[in-house]
Design a binder for this molecule. Structure first.
Ligand SMILES: CCCCCCCCCCC/C=C/C(=O)SCCNC(=O)CCNC(=O)[C@H](O)C(C)(C)COP(=O)(O)OP(=O)(O)OC[C@H]1O[C@@H](n2cnc3c(N)ncnc32)[C@H](O)[C@@H]1OP(=O)(O)O
Length: 359
């Protein structure tokens, strides 16, 4: 039996209720079948090569050729029906449940023994920071600055600390085009880094594994950095056609000398934990086998110290730099905004995403 218009509409509603993301490939298939079923064969002009998302959508729709509308409608309904049986539906979510009040989507945040622990929790993506994670980290930091914990810790779940900015952040182009995307990215980044500059309590990084990009540059704004000997520190900005952020253009030369900072931030030299410690970016390195036990024992002892004294001491160490750091942050974001529009950056992102079959 052929799918009716009613079946098609039901299927469209069903898609909105899918709780789990079915993945880019399936979403493109759904999009193309929907367009074919409602508008017929693709006769739109092909989007430009840098308009990644719209080009992928156009390719998927165009690939359906002259498939009849009714067949596309049937295929759409069949695809949704197969998805609904394999993916959980959000209709099972309690009505009125507020995700933010019960937990985070990309983080695990816990508070005990005087320590608020913010754990990056996208281990299958090596804890890459997607837009939601940037927002959730800001939210968690603001909450931690007001809670009754004495210290705050950032760490990663799984084998990575973080692989840095999620490169798929570049693919979702809004109607205002790549310029609008870059502008919004710069605003988000500035606000995000600002939260680290202004964080009032001791902020400790527990670097459980390799760290890339922004997860490395931010370390210059932490009050202590403990690393497993499995951790590495890599800022491949030039390879990505990008430039330093997280105030690293200011903090790294101060911490490790301008030449060593250049090796990292300009030439993309990857440091071992031992090298990062020798250069002052890491406070102490621990063998991976005893890392968690040793670090948490130490942090629990720190967290017993008088919290107001710690807060005031941090203030006196950091405050005279704050204004400078905010100015550096603003400048870095503005330079990056331009970089994101460059061919060098676009090509590097396209290369990564096509290697990972994300296009
Ligand atoms: C205009 C846009 C504005 C956007 C918003 C602005 C936000 C501010 C941006 C701030 C600027 C920040 C800059 C940086 O951080 S630069 C550094 C970026 N990171 C990278 O270049 C790392 C890329 N990843 C890798 O090189 C490798 O994945 C890695 C060496 C980390 C691990 O390799 P391995 O082979 O061990 O594992 P996989 O590659 O198979 O990875 C497993 C899955 O994880 C996905 N993954 C990993 N890292 C990223 C990432 N950074 N972005 C997106 N996805 C990532 C990978 O694709 C695999 O996924 P699948 O299993 O689905 O294939």
């Amino acid at each position: 039996m052929r799918a009716s218009q009613k079946d098609f509409e039901n299927a469209m509603n069903q898609v909105k209720l899918l709780k789990k993301d079915p993945g880019n490939e399936v979403k493109l298939k759904l999009y193309s079948l929907y367009k074919q079923a409602t508008e017929g064969p693709c006769n739109m002009p092909k989007p430009g090569v840098f308009d990644l998302i719209n080009k992928a959508k156009w390719d998927a729709w165009n690939a359906l050729g002259s498939l009849p509308k009714e067949t596309a409608r049937q295929n759409y309904v069949d695809l949704v029906s197969s998805l609904s049986s394999s993916l959980e539906s959000s209709s099972q979510v309690e009505p009125g449940t507020d995700r933010k009040s019960t937990g985070y989507e990309t983080l695990m945040v816990t508070s005990e023994d005087g320590i608020t622990k913010i754990m990056l929790n996208r281990p299958t993506k090596k804890n890459a920071l997607n837009v939601e994670m940037y927002h959730e980290i800001m939210h968690a930091l603001k909450a931690a600055s007001k809670d009754d914990s004495a210290i705050t810790v950032l760490t990663g779940n799984g084998d990575y600390y973080s692989s840095g900015n999620d490169l798929t952040n570049f693919t979702d182009i809004p109607p205002g085009g790549v310029e609008e995307k870059a502008k919004n990215g710069a605003i988000l980044l500035r606000e995000f880094v600002g939260c680290f500059i202004d964080f009032p309590k001791p902020l400790i990084a527990v670097v459980n594994g390799p760290a890339v990009g922004i997860s490395v540059t931010l370390l210059g704004l932490f009050d202590a950095v403990y690393a497993s000997d499995r951790a590495t520190f890599h800022t491949p900005f030039s390879h990505l056609g990008q430039s330093p952020e997280g105030c690293s253009s200011y903090t790294f030369p101060k911490i490790m000398s301008p030449a060593k900072a250049t090796e990292m931030l300009v030439f993309g030299k990857k440091l071992t934990a031992g090298e990062a410690c020798a250069q002052g970016l890491v406070t102490e390195v621990f063998p991976d086998s005893t890392f968690q036990k040793e670090v948490w024992t130490r942090l629990k002892a720190f967290a017993k110290l008088p919290p107001n004294a710690m807060r005031i001491s941090k203030e006196i160490i950091r405050n005279r730099e704050k204004e400078k750091l905010h100015a550096v942050n603003a400048e870095e974001c503005s330079v990056l905004q331009g970089r994101w529009l460059s061919d060098e950056c676009m090509n590097a992102v396209v290369n990564f995403l096509s290697r990972k079959s994300k296009l």
